[in-house]
Design a protein around this ligand. Structure first.
Ligand code: 13P
Ligand code: SF4
Length: 314
């Protein structure tokens, strides 16, 4: 394992060793999202985007899954692994966008559009997932929507991802709710991006599809976080302006030491993701088995179908 950040004393290293030992003893796997703090990224068994993490969760033969990310991601892992123990490293790590779609609103939209199918971003509650035809992530939204049978797709909760998909599909996309968004990506606005471009005129601009439409239009590329990791590796460019939560920049810089990465907006920091503040949170979750995740069986079974459909389609 490569430890990239400076360790001034032995404390962090001791924690790393204890975490590795606990993982072995308990046959636990640690799944970490790309926005987590550096020291947590560095102890991951798998570090990735929502799609990659869902895939790993569906494939693991570990007895215990520890998730360093946010609520809907750990819930997805539990939905796919009802017989395994799933723990989240911070119980307050609740994604505000996922909370923007209420079951009642989705049911109302379904009634208003009886011929439509429903595709929900994994950034949604298990309760809502149980009501949809397929889930999607930012990495496969276009593919999933275009593979559906219906001509009209109810799509939620992110209106910006809905915009991204609409530009790439003949189908009619109806955003549910009308104004669902990720506040972290919504504040990456044109003035901030233009300033970053002014400062780094030679950089290529890569943004997340949760960013506002005008920012998407201005970008050279639009990608999920792992899509950004791939682009950073594969493109010949030496400088990148990255329009997403700033936690990803650590991974990009670590994996591409000869290139430079600049945030489109340095204040794009997700409070929910940063509820897991340090290795202590990972260590205590593993040691004490705290913050267990559960999903009622009736909801789980239906939500599992929607997640599996996404995994099959993408
Ligand atoms: P991805 O890592 O799937 O691109 O998701 C971004 C995000 O906002 C997750 O909360
Ligand atoms: Fe939710 Fe946005 Fe934070 Fe992702 S970055 S967890 S979508 S608030």
């Amino acid at each position: 394992m490569l430890i990239f950040y400076p360790i001034k004393d032995g404390v962090l290293m001791d924690l790393v060793q204890k975490i590795e030992q606990l993982k072995k003893e308990k046959n636990a796997v640690l799944l970490v999202h790309n926005y987590q703090v550096p020291e947590v990224q560095d102890v991951a068994d798998f570090l990735g985007d929502s799609l990659g993490l869902a895939r790993k969760a569906s494939e693991t033969d570990a007895d215990i899954i520890v998730f360093a990310g946010v609520d809907f991601m750990a819930e997805t892992a539990k939905i796919l692994n009802p017989d395994k123990k799933v723990f989240i490293t911070a119980k307050e790590a609740n994604c505000p966008m996922s909370a923007m779609l209420l079951k009642e609103e989705l049911l109302k939209a379904k009634k208003e559009h009886p011929d439509a199918e429903v595709v929900l971003y994994v950034n949604s509650s298990a309760e809502c997932k149980a009501l949809c035809d397929s889930c999607c992530t930012s990495a496969n939204a276009e593919k999933v929507v275009n593979a559906m049978d219906a001509d009209t797709i109810l799509f939620g909760p992110d209106k910006n991802l809905a915009y991204y998909v609409q530009k790439r599909s003949e189908k009619k996309i109806v955003a549910v709710p009308k104004d669902g968004h990720c506040y972290v990506h919504a504040i990456i606005e044109m003035p901030a991006l233009e300033l970053a471009i002014e400062k780094h005129p030679n950089a290529i601009v890569v943004v997340h599809p949760e960013c506002p439409p005008d920012v998407q239009e201005r970008a050279d590329n639009i990608a999920s976080t792992s899509g950004m990791v791939r682009l950073a590796r594969e493109l010949p460019n030496k400088e990148f302006i990255i329009g997403t939560e700033t936690g990803l920049l650590y991974r990009l810089q670590k994996e591409n030491p000869g290139k430079k990465f600049f945030p489109a907006y340095e204040h794009a920091v997700c409070r929910a993701m940063k509820q897991t503040a340090s290795l202590n949170d990972v260590y205590l979750t593993l040691k004490e088995g705290r913050n267990g995740v559960s999903v009622p069986e009736e909801i789980r079974k239906k939500a599992e179908k929607a997640i599996n459909r996404m995994l099959e389609l993408s």
